[in-house]
Design a protein around this ligand. Structure first.
Ligand SMILES: [Zn+2]
Ligand SMILES: [Zn+2]
Length: 294
């Protein structure tokens, strides 16, 4: 467990992990041992088209999961990869890989799970995807493996901001989507979920759906509205940036050494805001959106 600068207890979790059960290069036990050694409190096993129940492995808490995709290859066809987190049972989506994305989402919800749109930048998803998949409120702003293999679109901030401009600010995870375990995609990202040390899987996912987390490659970050200002607080970083529906305005970025706070007076035209901070080693942390006005 991690105690943050505000005094809150947080679990460090990787919500997207593949193993030899599908196309990952480590067994579930090896993956669990590796994440435990790196200080994680839990991982979700999300093998392709294989439902994994929750429990524990190698002394690490395991969250139930799976990943389902539409088995298309090209952006203009609509490539969708959808994580099923915390299902109470196998959502029985089958392996024919021909279900439309909306049907996959429906089956995850029927199984009591939380659907997540994985790596929208890698999949070349259009921002309107966020509206088409109406019941999906969570996506990945960063996906480690998308920069570890033969692709390089790990960052989905532009997708998320355009979706927010369309009226749907999604919750933003950072995950490893671990496959290779060769130094580039394992133990790189975490979601820091505010919850009790003995939180159950359903309590952890309820905290995620409520947005009680930040996502990170290392730094700590928090965002709040205080009076007429946006305030970002972080561990010492070299850059703090704000992202809103306004393409450009003064005061959206601070650069320097050991920055721990950034303040910005809210502008009348700003509808939403989120923040990223990057430390001297280039590691970034991501807040969720705050909706300022609709
Ligand atoms: Zn995927
Ligand atoms: Zn994956």
């Amino acid at each position: 467990m991690f105690k943050d600068m505000l005094g809150h207890s947080r679990m460090k979790i990787n919500f997207h992990t593949h193993t030899t059960v599908s196309d990952g290069m480590k067994t579930p036990e090896e993956a669990a041992a590796l994440y435990k050694a790196a200080g994680y409190d839990a991982i979700a096993l999300t093998d392709h088209y294989v439902f994994s129940a929750g429990g524990s492995l190698s002394g690490l808490k395991i969250l139930s999961g799976a990943e389902y995709d539409t088995n298309l290859c090209c952006g203009e066809e609509g490539v969708y990869h959808i994580l099923a987190l915390g299902c109470a049972r196998d959502p029985e989506i089958g392996s024919e890989k021909r279900l439309p994305a909306e049907k996959i989402v429906q089956k995850i919800l029927e199984a009591g799970g939380t659907p997540v749109l994985a790596h929208p930048a890698w999949s070349l998803n259009q921002p309107r995807t966020a509206l088409l998949l109406g019941d999906v409120a969570i996506t990945e702003i960063y996906n480690s493996v998308s920069d570890a293999g033969e692709s390089s679109r790990p960052y989905s901030g532009c997708f998320a901001d355009l979706a927010a401009c369309l009226g749907k600010p999604m919750l933003l995870l950072a995950t490893d989507d671990t496959h290779y375990y060769a130094g580039n995609d394992e133990t790189k990202c975490a979601v820091m979920v505010e919850c009790a040390e003995d939180a159950s899987e359903s309590e952890i996912l309820a905290a995620v759906r409520a947005g009680r987390f930040y996502a990170t490659q290392g730094p700590e970050v928090h965002i709040a509205v205080e009076g007429d200002e946006i305030v970002v607080r972080s561990s010492p970083v070299s850059r703090i940036s704000l992202f809103t529906n306004v393409a450009w305005a003064d005061g959206y970025c601070s650069r320097g050494e050991n920055l721990t706070e950034h303040r910005h007076k809210i502008l009348p035209r700003e509808k939403f805001v989120r923040a990223e901070v990057t430390d001297k080693d280039g590691k970034t942390a991501y807040t969720n959106y705050i909706v300022l006005r609709v």
